[in-house]
Write a protein that binds this ligand. Structure first.
Ligand SMILES: C[S@@+](CC[C@H](N)C(=O)[O-])C[C@H]1O[C@@H](n2cnc3c(N)ncnc32)[C@H](O)[C@@H]1O
Length: 264
């Protein structure tokens, strides 16, 4: 199918595992929304428009996300990665840098920032290092929402009440990330299939992104993540994800269930 070929060629995303009826429903919806005359007309638009490609991926639910997705994974990441990193940064006064790669609408990035802010409290105020969490995604539409830091009531349900009260400000029926959280966070557009713009991250969280790539593209992303991480840095994947194409000697396992690895 042409749409599938386009997503594969332009984004390296392999949707051949999706059911045909599901895909056809998504395409039909986009044909209607874009007022395209027919399928070939829509295909023409899709091929020439990055934004329409993002919209279609959104309709296919490829940027579905939530706060504290797999709660235990973030508990482990906080304890196994953020805590030791903060302790060592507190000693040498260096900046702590975390990358949330494929962050969709930002919930993962703010989740990491909440874990970071909570861990900071264990350090004396004068010893707290500077820290930043960079959220990146290929979808500009998703990033606009991430940057706003505003989420609906039903979207914040994964945030423990105590953290919601501490790090979000209620605005009518919505919640906005407070400065105590946004001070750590920034967002940028980045394509994981291209050479990374930034290197030497202390930790990278790349969850539920690799699953969409074809084997070849998966390997490209795995290599890019490896190059972006500093030695001894941590990498967390989604619970069902594995690293294809990385040599066994590249990482040691810190937490197998939560896919937390450490670069050797
Ligand atoms: C299912 S979401 C995962 C969001 C979040 N990491 C989580 O686990 O909840 C996958 C995200 O990967 C992004 N993505 C897909 N291909 C990408 C690429 N080549 N470069 C960067 N981001 C990409 C999509 O736009 C989408 O927002």
């Amino acid at each position: 199918m042409q749409v599938m070929k386009h997503l594969f060629k332009s984004r390296g995303i392999d949707i051949s595992g999706y059911s045909e009826s599901f895909m056809m429903r998504a395409i039909k919806k986009r044909v209607g929304r874009t007022y395209s005359p027919d399928h070939p007309g829509y295909l023409k638009l899709l091929i020439h428009s990055e934004e329409e490609t993002n919209q279609l991926l959104g309709t296919l639910s490829i940027n579905v996300t939530e706060f504290f997705r797999d709660r235990g994974a973030f508990e482990s990441f906080e304890k196994e990665a953020i805590r030791p990193l903060l302790e060592s940064k507190a000693q040498n006064g260096a900046l702590l840098r975390i990358w949330s790669a494929g962050c969709a609408t930002g919930q993962e990035t703010y989740t990491i920032a909440m874990c970071l802010a909570e861990e900071m409290k264990h350090l004396e105020p004068g010893k707290r290092p500077l820290a930043s969490v960079l959220g990146t995604d290929i979808s500009e539409l998703a990033l606009v929402k991430a940057e706003s830091g505003i989420y609906k009531r039903e979207e914040v349900k994964g945030i423990p009440e105590k953290l919601l009260n501490l790090y979000f400000v209620r605005k009518g029926h919505a919640y906005e990330a407070a400065p105590s959280l946004t001070k750590y966070v920034r967002f940028a557009r980045e394509n994981l299939l291209e050479k990374p713009g930034s290197k030497f991250f202390d930790a990278i969280v790349c969850r539920n992104v690799l699953i969409y790539f074809s084997r070849k593209m998966h390997e490209v992303v795995v290599q890019n993540l490896y190059e972006s991480l500093r030695k001894d840095g941590y990498l967390m994947l989604g619970r069902t994800e594995t690293l294809m194409g990385a040599p066994r000697s590249a990482y040691e396992v810190v937490d197998l269930e939560n896919r937390i690895l450490r670069k050797l």
